[in-house]
Design a protein around this ligand. Structure first.
Ligand SMILES: C=C(O[C@H]1C=CC=C(C(=O)O)[C@@H]1O)C(=O)O
Length: 364
């Protein structure tokens, strides 16, 4: 039976209050939510490649560890649409964190930015993505409502709410596709470069730095697909796309694998792209982990549906927050190249943070 979303928000709040592990999501331009409820905990995978042949909802971290594994919700308790009657597991295990989070100050951001710049200017890296964390008090009572409002405000985004013991409670509304396809043909995107939306204008003049930063992501995707043995890639773009209060440059890649390359292998090949990590990839990932003062956890990982015989649809986990009992930790970052300016990059992360802040602050 279908019900009004307010009751649905209450249902999600009840799952959270009972500590039940679940994943709920809206695909882009789809007004129907899907809810997957675990009786216990989601499965934990320790490599992206292990996704080959799997089915379920995936919640993956920036980098996999025993503490922050790749979570796979394989439960058959799947509810489509605004349902009111679900079979509630008796008791849950999820916890809401310990409120120990702190914000990245502009001073700390600037000093990390300078370290990044030294290595970019010396040529050790071509690109690095620097991120920050903004911790705010959790005045809101209903996370279910924030989730539904995020979907209303950003219908073109992939919007999710995930609760599990290893990840904690996360909410996001991301514009960045990582991988979509049916096993035979797939698509991915190179999304980078950011400007604030300017009125009704569709005519944006992109800086050399933004174009270069996006081109690095596009070239990386072409190279990685070639490395995987993908021969014919149809490339379209870059075009300007709107994501809430900001615009990005996007190039779309479509390619056929004829069933020869599994989803796990493709994800392992692509993630993390230089839209969220850097170049060269493994060195950049290691440097980011060592240098950023916060743990990214599931921010800049990915989330979505993986399927061995139907449609896989995975999104990069951006414009997201971790929800704790008294605090919300919001994450945002930006691509840095040798041409970057610290003040502009900081402002860019402010624009990105507004995406979720405006929903949190909205008067429901
Ligand atoms: C890393 C983020 O954005 C990425 C995606 C689009 C544009 C980006 C940029 O312009 O820097 C980033 O690469 C984020 O939103 O936290």
């Amino acid at each position: 039976m279908s019900i009004v979303p307010t009751q649905y928000a209450r249902l999600l709040d009840e799952l959270i209050a009972r500590g039940i592990a679940f994943a709920c999501y809206f695909l882009p331009f789809n007004a129907k939510p899907t809810l997957i409820v675990e009786n216990n905990e989601p499965a934990e995978l320790l490599s992206y490649g292990d996704l080959d042949g799997e089915n379920g909802f995936v919640f993956a971290p920036f980098t996999i560890s025993n503490e922050k594994p790749l979570l796979l919700f394989r439960s058959k308790n799947i509810y489509s649409g605004f349902v009111d009657d679900i079979s509630m597991p008796i008791s849950g295990v999820a916890v809401n964190g310990n409120n120990s989070a702190y914000s990245t100050t502009q001073e700390l951001y600037d000093s990390t930015f300078r370290c990044f710049m030294d290595l970019l200017k010396s040529g050790r890296f071509a690109k690095l993505v620097l991120s920050r964390k903004l911790v705010i008090d959790r005045h809101i009572k209903s996370i279910g409502k924030v989730f539904l409002n995020a979907n209303k405000a950003y219908p073109s985004a992939f919007t999710y709410l995930v609760n599990a013991p290893k990840s904690g409670l996360w909410l996001g509304a991301t514009p960045e596709l990582l991988l979509k396809g049916d096993g035979d043909s797939f698509q991915t995107v190179a999304l980078a470069g950011t400007m604030p939306v300017s009125g009704d204008s569709t005519d944006y003049s992109w800086s050399e730095k933004d174009c270069e930063e996006q081109q690095l992501v596009a070239d990386y995707i072409s190279d990685r697909l070639a490395l995987c043995g993908v021969a014919n890639v149809e490339k379209n773009g870059p075009i300007t796309i709107k994501a809430g209060n900001i615009v990005h440059l996007k190039t779309t890649f479509k390619f056929a694998t004829d069933g020869n390359i599994g989803v796990g292998r493709l994800v392992d090949t692509l993630h993390p792209t230089p839209a969220v990590c850097g170049l060269p990839k493994e060195e950049a990932r290691q440097y980011i982990i060592e240098t950023e003062q916060h743990n990214r956890e599931y921010y800049t990982g990915f989330a979505g549906i993986v399927s061995s015989n139907k449609e896989t649809e995975l999104y990069v986990n951006l414009r997201c927050m971790k929800v704790e009992a008294q605090q919300l930790s919001l994450f945002a970052g930006g691509g840095i190249t040798a041409k970057s300016e610290g003040e502009r990059e900081w402002k860019e992360t402010n624009h990105k943070l507004r995406t979720l802040q405006s929903i949190i602050e909205a008067d429901y």
